[in-house]
Structures are given as structure tokens and as C-alpha cells.
Design a protein around this ligand. Structure first.
Ligand code: ASP
Length: 425
């Protein structure tokens, strides 16, 4: 088993997961999957999340404290943010272009609209409430939230990644400025800690094939629910919209990113995608860029050769603020809903979507289903009825899996670009 490369083992795991999921649904034995298979997927997810915070801290402190001067850090920081915002704006623009070109909402059957609106109206209220509380926080809340007031409390939740990053940067910068033997000891200690965490990630990745098998099988069972035929029919109804989202994701992944890699890093996209394959499989199965982060870090550093000082900063920041797949999806979904409701959108509306989808994707948490919650902000800004979310909820999970793949790819691509760029300097 050891001889088979990791990505192939994960692929086999996914395949087996899909097969047993379908068998369980068609033989009405979904409970076996829920009781005896799903727990292994949950364990895999928990293990990935377990290492996220220690990994960010140890890796970032090791990366920064190895820098010879601090100006390099601010240069990397500025370039990273600029690239992230630039790619997000491009992703939203691609989404807007596709959805206006193909108009998936214009041919949506009226009776389906009524059916979906009533079916998902309850789910909707919770989502709208979460987004509403985010929105009412004021424009600078985002920055205020980055600064922790208790590092133990921050490190106790994976949703506080930016706070941990903030503390790790302070910690690393202080190490660079204080050159003495006691501080050197701390630096060595954290660098050793980093090695240990990387080894733990190796262990976890060996468990990945079983983890993704369980996650996929459970997903198929949960998704098909009590009435698989009805779920299939939903796919048919929403197929055109899903197709537009998928084409957008493919355009980003196979046209935009290769161009970026060629122009800014001179890296052939084949090499890049070969190393990223295991990351894609984990992102697809977990639907969470945060859970995928340990794998992304490992592949970007060991597979693509990006230096730790770059990867340890660019990737965790990317996980929290850079989501090209999500922003593309949010722009398409917003216009799709407007089309179904027969709302005419003007140029100003499109600009508003561009602006809010960029912000909403920055604010989206890197967990399953977060993108659809933040979509409420885009809908509200343009005056599209939030009830419209009900139309797309049924098909959100598979699209979430795919947009997460693009989200993590975008982060890795920028890490490669920044690394090459820094190398030249
Ligand atoms: N699941 C996505 C991610 O973790 C976020 C989203 O829902 O779009 O990257």
C-alpha cells in the first residue's frame, strides 16, 4: 500500500466512498454509513482542525524569525494582500460576465420557484440572521477583530485564525529584533515544534484515504435524504445554474491561474497542478479550506518548494481572506436569483455586486456552507429578495466542494508567485 502515491490512495478512497454511499442509498441502509463509516470522516476532519492553530503559530514564527530584516515581511504582506484582492475582483468579474451571458435564471420554471421557496424557507431565516449580525458590526469591525485580547482564548477556536496570525507575527518580529542567546533558544524550540507538527500532518495524511472515503459516503447518504429521486430532480432543475458556476470555476482554474503562474512566476501549470492534486482531493471532500490548510502548507512547501517564510504567511492569510471560488459563486448566485425574480439589474447594481461580493468573500469563514451565508450581504446590498437563497440551497453542497478547491488553489498560486518574486529581489 505504501508504494501507491498518496493522491492515488486518496482517489481510491473517494471512489470507494462514492460507491458504498450509492449502495447504501439504494438499499435503504444509510444508517450503517451514519453509524459505522461517518465517524471516521469526522475523526479525519477533527485531526486536520487539531493541527491548524499550532501549525499556523509554529510555522509563522519559524518563518518570520528566520528573516534577516523586517522590511521583507511588510513587503511580502503588501504584495500578498494586493494579489489577493486583484484575483478576487477578477473572479467576481468572470462570474458576472458568465451569468449575464448565459442567463441561467431566465428559464427557471415558475412552479419550481414556489416549491423551493416554501421548502427552504426555514433554513433561510437562520442564515439571514447570521449575515445580518455580521453586517451590523460597522466597517472597521474586521480590523478590530484581528487584534486578540487573550491569546489563549483566540487559540481555542479555529475561527480566530487571523488573531493567532497577528500574535505569531508580533512574536516572530520580536525574536528578529532581540538577538540574544535566551531568545535564540526560544526560536530553536519553536522551529523544533514546527518539525513535530509537520510529522503529525504526515501521520494524518496517511489516514486521509479512509477519511475521505467516510466523508464522501456520509455526504451521499445525507444528501439523498429520504427521497433520492426528488434530490436528483432538483439537480436537473438547478443544473443550468450549477453549470454556469462550474464553468466559471474551470475558467479560473484552467485559464486565469495558468496565466498568472506563467506571467508572474514562470511556473508551468502542469507542475503546479500535479503537486496540488492531493490538496484538491482533501478540499473537495472536506469543503473547508481551513481544514485543508495543513495539507496545502505541506504540498506548497515540500512539493512546490515555496520557502517556509513565504508559505507560512501567505497561506493562512489566504485561507481567511482569499476565496476566488466563493466570490465567483456569490456573484453568479446573486444575479441568478435576480433573474429568477425578474429583477432588472443596472450597471450600478453590477458595481455593487462586484464590491460586496469581494468584501463578502473576504469575510466568509473557511468552513462548509459559509459562502451562502455571506451571500445575504450581497443580496441585501442590491435589493434582491433574500428568500431567493432558497432556490440555490439544494445544490449548494456540491458547488461548495468545487469552489473550495479553487479557493485553496488560489492561495497556493499566490504563494508560488510571491516566493518567485522575493527570490528575484
Ligand atoms: N467552503 C468554502 C471554503 O472553506 C467557503 C464557502 O462556503 O464558500 O473555502
Amino acid at each position: 500500500m505504501k508504494k501507491i502515491p498518496l493522491y492515488a490512495r486518496i482517489l481510491i478512497g473517494m471512489l470507494i466512498g462514492a460507491i458504498i454511499g450509492v449502495i447504501a442509498v439504494s438499499t435503504n441502509t444509510g444508517w450503517i454509513i451514519d453509524d459505522w463509516v461517518k465517524p471516521f470522516g469526522v475523526i479525519f476532519l477533527k485531526l486536520l482542525k487539531l493541527v491548524a492553530i499550532p501549525l499556523i503559530f509554529a510555522s509563522l514564527v519559524t518563518g518570520i524569525s528566520g528573516l534577516s530584516d523586517i522590511t521583507k515581511l511588510s513587503r511580502i504582506g503588501l504584495k500578498t494582500i494586493a494579489f489577493y484582492i486583484f484575483t478576487t475582483i477578477l473572479a467576481v468579474s468572470i462570474g458576472l460576465m458568465l451569468v449575464t451571458l448565459f442567463k441561467p435564471g431566465n428559464s427557471f420554471p415558475e412552479e419550481k420557484r414556489i416549491e423551493l421557496l416554501s421548502k427552504y424557507s426555514q433554513d433561510l431565516e437562520t442564515k439571514a440572521n447570521i449575515a445580518e449580525s455580521t453586517k451590523s458590526d460597522g466597517p472597521l469591525k474586521f480590523i478590530v477583530d484581528i487584534v486578540p485580547d487573550n491569546i489563549v482564548a483566540s487559540a481555542s477556536s479555529n475561527s480566530n485564525m487571523l488573531q493567532v496570525i497577528f500574535f505569531a507575527i508580533l512574536f516572530g518580529v520580536a525574536i528578529v529584533l532581540l538577538k540574544n542567546s535566551k531568545v535564540e533558544l526560544v526560536r530553536e524550540f519553536i522551529s523544533g515544534l514546527n518539525d513535530i507538527i509537520l510529522k503529525i500532518i504526515d501521520f494524518i495524511m496517511n489516514f486521509a484515504p479512509i477519511g475521505v472515503m467516510a466523508l464522501l459516503a456520509a455526504l451521499i447518504v445525507d444528501y439523498s435524504g429520504d427521497n433520492p429521486a426528488q434530490s436528483l430532480q432538483l439537480f436537473e432543475t438547478l443544473g443550468y445554474y450549477a453549470l454556469v458556476v462550474i464553468s466559471g470555476l474551470l475558467l479560473i482554474g484552467f485559464v486565469l491561474y495558468p496565466i498568472f503562474l506563467r506571467v508572474f512566476a514562470r511556473v508551468p501549470f502542469k507542475t503546479f497542478y500535479k503537486e496540488m492534486f492531493p490538496v484538491h482531493l482533501v478540499a473537495f471532500s472536506t469543503s473547508s479550506s481551513a481544514a485543508t490548510l495543513p495539507v496545502t502548507m505541506e504540498q506548497v512547501e515540500n512539493g512546490l518548494g515555496v520557502r517556509n517564510e513565504v508559505a507560512s504567511f501567505v497561506l493562512p492569510v489566504g485561507v481567511t481572506i482569499n476565496m476566488d471560488g466563493t466570490s465567483l459563486y456569490q456573484s453568479i448566485a446573486a444575479v441568478f436569483i435576480a433573474q429568477v425574480f425578474g429583477i432588472e439589474l443596472t450597471f450600478i447594481h453590477f458595481l455593487t455586486i462586484l464590491f460586496t461580493a469581494t468584501l463578502a468573500s473576504i469575510g466568509t469563514a473557511a468552513v462548509p456552507g459559509a459562502g451562502v451565508v455571506m451571500l445575504v450581504i450581497v443580496l441585501n446590498a442590491v435589493g434582491i429578495p433574500v428568500e431567493g437563497l432558497a432556490l440555490i440551497l439544494a445544490i449548494d453542497r456540491p458547488l461548495d466542494m468545487m469552489r473550495t478547491v479553487i479557493n485553496v488553489t488560489g492561495d497556493a498560486m499566490i504563494a508560488v508567485i510571491i516566493d518567485k518574486n522575493e527570490n528575484k529581489i
